[in-house]
Design a protein around this ligand. Structure first.
Ligand SMILES: [Ca+2]
Ligand SMILES: [Ca+2]
Length: 89
């Protein structure tokens, strides 16, 4: 297995670990996850912004369908940090 696949598998594990019995991440769970697991990769101030972008139906929770879009957002975020390009789009 290559690193990228391991990384995605890790993201799924994190969802399972932090989402709890309702199988969805609320804002608090999401923040705890991001702060603990992605330290240094994403600023704490960005976490709420990312949550808002991911929570498409605005119910305050991320189900798995919403959560998987984090992969795209993280890629954009890291790319923006590295190159200064594509930020805020
Ligand atoms: Ca939950
Ligand atoms: Ca939602």
């Amino acid at each position: 297995m290559n690193n990228r696949l391991q990384c995605m598998e890790r993201l799924v594990e994190l969802f399972e670990q932090y989402s709890g019995d309702d199988n969805a991440l609320d804002r608090k769970e999401f923040r705890a996850m991001m702060e603990k697991e992605l330290q240094g990769k994403v600023d704490t101030s960005d976490v709420d912004k990312i949550f808002g972008k991911l929570d498409k139906n605005d119910d305050g929770k991320l189900d798995l369908d919403e959560y998987i879009k984090i992969i795209g957002l993280l890629i954009k975020h890291i790319h923006c940090k590295k190159t200064g390009k594509g930020c805020g789009k």
